[in-house]
Design a protein around this ligand. Structure first.
Ligand code: SF4
Length: 385
C-alpha cells in the first residue's frame, strides 16, 4: 500500500484518555460526557453528549484494522521485512497530517496490545451495543490483551453484575472511574452527581464481575474546609471497594473552571501545594487495599508515590514525610524544578547540577518566597491541561 492510500483512512477520536492509555488504540464509542456538570472539569464543557451509532464505531475499528494492514504492506514493499515496530515508527515520523494513521502507528510501535473506548462514560451505552463494540475490537484485533473504558460510578451502580460479566467475556478488561472523593460533602460541592455509596456500589459491581478497576482520587478537591474528611472518607470508600489501582490526580485550579466561583466567594478555600502533600499523606496512611497506587499524572508533585499495597505503603508515607521535612528553600527548588521538567522525582534534587540550575533560575527571577514560586508554577501548570 502506498502512502496516499494510507493517508486516505480516517476515524474519529475524542479529546482525552487516561495517562496509562497513552499508547492504546483510541476508539470513540460515545461523544463527550452525559453528566458534564463537575465544577472542576473543563474537558467537555459546551459539548453535547451523543451515543454514536454502533455501525459507525465498528466502521472506525475496521478502519484502524485497515491502517494496520496498510502499514504492514508498506513495510514489506519498502524493505522493512518482518519488523512491524520499525515500520510503524517510520510511518509515524513520515505522516504528519493524518491523526488516525499517526495514532495507529504509535500504537503498533508500542506493541498494539491495548485499546481504550472514549469518551467520558461509554459504559452508559445500551448493553447490547457496547457488547457489539467490544466484540468487534476483539474480532479485528485478537492480539489485544487489554480493552478499557472510562465509566461513572452511578452508571456502574445501575448496571448488573451479569452485564459486566458479559462485557468481560467479550473482552472488556478494565474500567477507569473518576471517584475524585469519597466525601458526600465534597461530591455535592463539586456537583459530581452522586454520593459515596454510588462509588461503593458501582465499584463492587465491576470487581465482582472480574473486571479490573482503576479509581482516581483527586488531592486538593476538598479545599481547606474538607481536606481531612476528603482524605479519610476517600480512603474509606477505596478500602471497601478494594480496586486494582488507585490513581492520584491532583486538582488543577483555573479561573475558567466553575469551581473558581467558590474561590472568589470564599466558599472554597484552596490548599497550598504543601498542604496537598500533607493531605495525600493522610490519605495514604488510611489506605488499606491490596492493589497498586499510581501517581501517573503530570499534575502530581510526587510521582514516586507508587507501588503495590500494602507492601509499598510505608515507603510512600516516608516519601511524603521526607518532602515535608525538607527546608523551605529545597521544597521551593523541587516544586519549581518538577514543574519546569528538570526533576522527574524527589531524589533528583540531590543531583547538584540540576539543583544549581534551578537555584540560579530562582535567583534570576527573584523567586525566593512561596508566593512568588506559586505564581510561576501556576503559569507552568496551565500548560499541562
Ligand atoms: S463525569 Fe468526568 S468527564 Fe464528566 S464532567 Fe465529571 S469529571 Fe468531567
Amino acid at each position: 500500500m502506498d502512502l496516499d492510500k494510507l493517508n486516505s483512512y480516517y476515524f474519529e477520536t475524542g479529546p482525552i484518555r487516561p495517562p496509562s492509555e497513552a499508547y492504546s488504540l483510541l476508539i470513540r464509542a460515545t461523544r463527550n460526557c452525559p453528566w458534564n456538570r463537575c465544577t472542576f472539569c473543563h474537558t467537555y464543557k459546551g459539548q453535547k453528549f451523543e451515543l454514536r451509532p454502533t455501525g459507525d464505531v465498528i466502521r472506525d475499528i475496521e478502519t484502524a484494522r485497515a491502517i494496520v494492514e496498510g502499514i504492514k504492506e508498506f513495510g514489506l514493499k519498502n524493505g522493512f521485512g518482518d519488523h512491524p515496530r520499525e515500520v510503524a515508527a517510520y510511518i509515524h515520523s513520515l505522516v504528519t497530517n493524518n491523526d488516525s494513521v499517526r495514532q495507529v502507528s504509535l500504537w503498533q510501535w508500542a506493541g498494539g496490545r491495548s485499546a481504550f473506548l472514549q469518551d467520558a462514560n461509554s459504559i452508559v451505552m445500551r448493553h447490547a451495543d457496547l457488547l457489539k463494540v467490544v466484540s468487534a475490537l476483539k474480532d479485528n484485533f485478537p492480539e489485544l490483551d487489554r480493552i478499557t473504558s472510562y465509566g461513572r460510578s452511578k452508571t456502574a451502580a445501575k448496571k448488573s453484575v451479569q452485564e459486566f460479566i458479559e462485557l468481560r467475556q467479550a473482552g472488556l478488561s478494565r474500567i477507569h472511574i473518576g471517584m475524585e472523593s469519597g466525601s458526600d460533602a465534597v461530591l455535592k460541592f463539586v456537583d459530581k452527581g452522586m454520593i459515596a455509596a454510588d462509588h461503593v456500589k458501582g465499584g463492587l459491581n465491576i470487581k465482582e464481575a472480574g473486571i479490573e478497576l482503576s479509581e482516581y482520587y483527586m488531592p486538593g478537591l476538598g479545599g481547606r474546609q474538607w481536606s481531612k474528611e476528603h482524605a479519610e472518607q476517600s480512603a474509606d470508600v477505596l478500602n471497601r471497594v478494594n480496586p486494582d489501582f488507585v490513581r492520584l490526580r491532583t486538582l488543577m485550579m483555573g479561573e475558567t473552571l466553575a469551581i473558581w466561583a467558590g474561590v472568589e466567594s470564599g466558599e472554597f478555600d484552596m490548599l497550598a501545594e504543601d498542604e496537598i502533600v500533607r493531605e495525600i499523606g493522610e490519605f495514604i496512611s488510611r489506605l488499606n487495599f491490596t492493589g497498586e497506587l499510581k501517581s501517573d499524572h503530570i499534575l502530581n508533585l510526587l510521582p514516586e508515590l507508587e507501588g503495590k499495597f500494602p507492601e509499598a505503603k510505608q515507603a510512600c508515607m516516608d516519601t511524603v514525610e521526607r518532602y515535608l521535612e525538607m527546608p523551605l528553600k529545597e521544597r521551593l527548588n523541587y516544586r519549581l524544578g518538577r514543574r519546569a521538567g528538570v526533576y522527574e522525582k524527589l531524589n533528583d534534587i540531590y543531583d547538584a547540577a540540576k539543583y544549581e540550575k534551578i537555584d540560579a533560575a530562582m535567583r534570576r527571577v527573584g523567586a525566593d518566597t512561596t508566593g512568588k514560586v506559586d505564581e510561576l508554577i501556576d503559569g507552568m501548570k496551565k500548560r499541562f491541561i
